[in-house]
Ligand binder design. Structure first.
Ligand SMILES: NC(=O)c1ccc[n+]([C@@H]2O[C@H](COP(=O)([O-])OP(=O)(O)OC[C@H]3O[C@@H](n4cnc5c(N)ncnc54)[C@H](OP(=O)(O)O)[C@@H]3O)[C@@H](O)[C@H]2O)c1
Length: 423
């Protein structure tokens, strides 16, 4: 490895995050250099198009469009910011095997193949850091691994996707439907042209998978996380929720018991006065319950060039200053991922507008051991009327059984929504 009084850094990609990384470094260079020796030097950048105009002041000569042009022996750190699983996985693997430390912001890669990469890093005595992959500029991974290492984490609950939080905030405040809010989010650059990864919950579930590794020592397969997006959330649900004292948020929840971990990403009703309910627009937050510290919440921008770039830079400084692995949390070999879904639930249905229907439905729920916490009944003066319930805690499978029976009753025309409730 060549050490010239500087730590040589190679960057794969020069898009949004890489530009934010460079700008943060140049903006804060004197502070950063005063805190560590040796300092950083960006010596090579891989891009697709070397002639594209870039919003960052680096010499044109350092850009290449072929990964084989990287002489990996020369680098202390390779920063992967191209995104996607391939070819990012191969590039990171080769870098680790060549003795480079690696930093990535790639949640999809870390969720799907992170355990392989961590093993390769360990076998080659180098580090892989991924702070920016969850929560952008908010120090979630380092808080869990370092500041909270003396605690057992019992539960975490987060808003981990800014796009869906922006859409739900708009729907709640302006009483507009999902499609209108999505269009506005696209116009303002808060949603991609293809919003699937965000609105269908993939992005948040990748991030929850990464957090589960660090908080619980359990690395889930992507399909083990119960996942539901926000496309079906209607204005009616938002308004009934508010009337009952709740906001709807896309919550990523991880909860640990002795035998298993529950991991879910789904729209959830949360009390209006809960700190997580006050996280609006594109902001992210993670609410963590430790067995000693109690409840803490980390809040900030979960994406964007500068916040995410600053998290990548913190990883780089950490590698150079400490050169140690995270202590992490105990690897929980015998704990499995299992979603029982013991929770309260909100149920909205359409029923015949006749006397006695509410009582019959309460009895039908009772037959399955389900008791009701709150009910909203609206007479509309027509053939049908809406009926909204919040149940007491019940396993999701039991609720489904009850609703399968109730759906077939002649006085129920449609079950319209089932949403988890956090109390
Ligand atoms: N954007 C955010 O706010 C944010 C937040 C948290 C995490 N992340 C993660 O950070 C990573 C980077 O995101 P980004 O938004 O910065 O992406 P981006 O703006 O699309 O930039 C990607 C960069 O990688 C280069 N690239 C892509 N594929 C390549 C390939 N096969 N070979 C060589 N170069 C390639 C592109 O080159 P050209 O410029 O020549 O096209 C571009 O410079 C992703 O994993 C993303 O999930 C992003």
């Amino acid at each position: 490895m060549i050490i010239l009084g500087k730590q040589r850094i190679g960057i794969l990609g020069m898009g949004t995050v890489a530009t934010g990384f460079c700008k943060t470094y140049f903006m804060n260079k004197s502070i950063i250099d005063s805190k560590m020796d040796p300092s950083l030097e960006i010596t090579k950048v891989l891009v697709k198009d070397i002639d594209k105009k870039r919003d960052v002041d680096l010499p044109h000569s350092i850009y290449v469009d072929d990964f084989d042009d990287f002489n990996l022996e020369e680098f202390e750190i390779i920063i992967e910011l191209i995104g996607g699983v391939n070819p990012a996985f191969e590039y990171i693997k080769k870098s680790l095997e060549s003795g480079c430390n690696v930093i990535t912001a790639n949640k999809e890669l870390m969720a799907k193949r992170g355990s392989e990469l961590l093993e390769i890093a360990k076998n080659n005595n180098v580090l892989i850091r991924y702070e920016a992959s969850v929560g952008g500029g908010i120090p979630l991974i380092s808080t869990i691994n370092d500041a909270m290492v003396s605690n057992e984490i019992i539960r975490m609950m987060g808003i981990l996707n800014g796009t869906t939080n922006y859409i739900l905030t708009k729907m709640t405040k302006e009483k507009i439907g999902f499609e209108t809010a999505l269009t506005q989010a696209k116009e303002l650059g808060f949603a991609e042209a293809d919003p699937t990864a965000d609105v269908d919950g993939f992005d948040a579930s990748y991030k929850l998978a990464i957090l589960s590794k660090d908080a619980f020592g359990v690395i889930p397969k992507p399909e083990e996380i119960l996942k539901q997006g926000i496309r079906k959330i209607s204005i009616e649900d938002i308004e009934y929720g508010l009337e009952l004292g709740y906001k709807i948020k896309l919550l990523a929840i991880g909860e640990k018991s002795n035998e298993h971990v529950e991991l879910s990403v789904e729209p959830t009703l949360i009390p209006i006065d809960h700190p997580v309910a006050s996280v609006n627009n594109e902001y992210n937050a993670l609410f963590i319950e430790g067995n000693s510290v109690g409840e803490i919440m980390l809040y900030g921008k979960g994406a964007g060039a500068m916040p995410t770039g600053s998290a990548v830079l913190s990883d780089a400084i950490d590698i150079i200053k400490k050169k140690k692995d995270y202590m992490g949390h105990v690897k929980a070999e015998n704990i499995i991922v299992k979603n029982i879904g013991l929770s309260a639930y909100y149920v909205r249905m359409e029923v015949l507008d006749k006397p006695g229907v509410l009582g019959k439905i309460a009895v039908a729920f009772g037959d399955y051991g389900i008791s009701l916490d709150s009910v909203v009944q609206r007479a509309r003066g027509g053939r049908v009327a809406p009926l909204v319930f919040i149940t007491h805690e019940i396993e999701r499978a039991k609720l489904n059984d009850a609703l399968n029976t109730i759906e077939n009753k002649e006085y129920v025309t449609e079950i319209q929504s089932i949403i988890k409730v956090v109390k």
